[in-house]
Design a protein around this ligand. Structure first.
Ligand code: MLC
Ligand code: AMP
Length: 505
């Protein structure tokens, strides 16, 4: 038995003395060196007691070493669980407990807060800092730079990515070797990647977009990435003339459009701009083309499914659409009430099936059964339709979800925190349009009779337990929430009322 993911992404590059990661200071790490770092780290994982199939949870800043931990997990057959650096200890506690992680890697600054949690669940803790220092890399120094790759089948798990739910409890999406490898291969071909590509990488590496789409494609094709710690317009403008491809969320593109340095000359060396993770306004697509001559290629994916659809590389990249199902992906638009395919052109829920679709939610068979049909179709929760030429258009969501700057925010999770605050009778979290983040989070509160709400204290409480990107940017007190005859809060009415809060007409 082999380990196809390792062989394709890393083993194939073992002898390549050409750059894999370029850093902003001009230095670089070759493919061969990256493979060696990964092997050393794989020894560290084994010495920490990790066995194939065990989970490793990591909350670490973006660095070559952090990326090499992912590679080490692939080589050692360990399931990689990357976590948003914005998560609070409360949030991390849930992930560590739920995943049963045996090893938790975090920044040195977080270790004392996390140590009691890690010990409570019988795990071990190691550290990795933004500059690559920490107990993990110290331990790796004296390890051999070769590691006997652990055999894995295509159905074995490679990663868990947590995605929140409408009940407020996050679910661990189990991704197999086959899910990751098949999608990387399809995308590499569809988007014409080669070893000559240099991808401008400013996304975080704890989500599908930055970790699997960008990184796996670059590894698979032996290309390279300009690896930036985060998105920063100045750095992007500096480095774009050296790159050939950029992948980003729509906020990347709107921020670039706000900068006068975005010109045809700046983008002359680029062959492809990809956007995804949130809706790209047709207007942004058109403005970008007018400014640079490039048509952004929009694609559509999810944590559970990797990438599902993409606009064509050669054909028309149609603004406001996410293109066609990728090779190997079946897509249908169904009536949510009965699962039947709706007439062409009608709006329905998007369902997808293919090798890209995950195996289910970790230890949540009921939730898995509710979203993943026994015939393999996954109910995405997105609402869409096909236009006359078969392009998929996403028109809304059948799930209570806000996407802020490419990060998913599930209202229920925040409402649960707000409802617990003194004097709060009930709350509703909605997303309203925002020029920078696409949508931003607003909280509507109702006080208990006779109570006066302390907004500052409520904000502090939200801040203590929820990641910063989930915090309501505004809390508004109302007398009551609008409800329909069934008693359900009518969030559409609230969204309409507060539509212009951050984007006045
Ligand atoms: C940062 N902040 C955010 C935020 N990002 N708040 C809401 N939404 C966000 N996305 C907070 C900061 O903590 C800060 O808090 C304040 O907002 C302003 O920060 P900033 O400096 O303007 O933000 P910045 O650090 O520049 O980050 C913005 C961003 C980043 C858009 C560059 O969020 C980002 O890289 N997003 C990409 C997310 C992503 O990769 N998604 C892919 C998911 S995979 P304060 O304290 O200063 O007020 C997926 C599947 C698929 O969806 O299809 O791809
Ligand atoms: P996540 O759970 O973080 O993977 O987010 C997945 C969700 O992001 C999808 O279900 C969609 O709602 C949304 N999404 C991803 N790409 C696009 C896109 N191109 N246009 C609109 N929504 C998108």
């Amino acid at each position: 038995m082999t380990n196809a993911l390792y062989d394709s992404l890393l083993g194939a590059n073992a002898g390549k003395e050409k750059p894999f990661l370029h850093f902003a200071d001009g230095s670089c790490l070759t493919h061969a060196a990256f493979v060696k770092v990964a092997a050393k780290l794989a020894h560290v994982l084994v010495e920490n007691g990790l066995r194939p199939g065990d989970r490793l949870a990591m909350q670490a800043e973006k660095s070559a070493e952090a990326l090499a931990i992912y590679a080490a997990c692939v080589q050692a057959g360990v399931v990689f669980l990357p976590l948003n650096t914005a998560y609070t200890v409360d949030e991390l506690t849930y992930f560590i407990e739920n995943s049963g992680a045996r090893l938790v890697i975090c920044d040195e600054r977080a270790q004392f807060a996390l140590l009691p949690v890690v010990h409570r669940f019988g795990a071990e803790l190691a550290t990795l800092n933004a500059n690559g220092s920490g107990s993990v890399t110290e331990h790796a120094q004296n390890q051999p730079d070769e590691f006997e790759t652990v055999p894995r089948t295509q159905e074995d798990l490679a990663a868990f990515l947590y995605t929140s739910g409408t009940t407020g409890r996050s679910k661990g999406a189990m991704l197999t070797q086959a899910n990751l490898l098949s999608n990387a291969a399809v995308l590499a071909e569809h988007w014409r990647f080669s070893e000559n590509d240099k991808l401008l990488h400013a996304l975080p590496i704890f989500h599908t977009h930055g970790l699997f789409v960008a990184t796996n494609i670059s590894l698979l094709t032996g290309g390279s990435m300009i690896f930036l710690p985060k998105f920063d317009v100045d750095a992007i403008v500096d480095l774009m003339p050296q790159a050939t491809v950029m992948m980003g969320v729509p906020t990347f593109y709107t921020r670039l459009l706000d900068d006068p340095r975005l010109t045809p000359d700046l983008t002359r060396h680029m062959r492809l701009f990809v956007s995804g993770s949130a809706p790209l306004l047709a207007e942004t697509h058109q403005r970008f083309e007018r400014r640079t001559g490039h048509r952004i290629l929009e694609r559509y994916g999810m944590t559970e499914t990797n990438m599902n659809t993409s606009n064509p590389y050669d054909g028309e990249r149609r603004p406001g659409t996410v293109g066609f199902p990728l090779p190997g992906v079946e897509l249908k638009i169904t009536d949510p009430s009965n699962g039947q395919i709706v007439p062409n052109g009608d709006v329905g829920q998007i369902e997808v099936r293919g090798q890209n679709v995950f195996k289910g939610y970790w230890q949540m068979p009921d939730k898995t059964a509710a979203e993943l049909r026994s015939d393999g179709f996954f109910i995405t929760g997105d609402l869409g339709k096909l236009d006359n030429d078969g392009y998929v258009q996403i028109v809304g969501r059948n799930k209570d979800l806000i996407i802020s700057g490419g990060y998913n925010v599930y209202p229920k999770e925040i409402e649960l925190v707000l409802d617990e605050q003194p004097g709060v009778l009930e709350s509703a979290i909605i997303g309203v349009p925002d020029a920078d983040f696409g949508e931003t989070v607003v909280g509507i509160l109702v006080a208990e009779p006779g109570e006066t709400l302390d907004i500052e204290a409520i904000n502090d409480a939200a801040g203590a337990s929820l990641a910063r990107f989930k915090h309501p940017r505004r809390l508004i007190i109302v007398d009551e929430l609008p409800r329909n005859t069934m008693g359900k809060v009518q969030k559409n009415l609230l969204r309409e009322t507060y539509r212009e809060l951050f984007m006045p007409a």
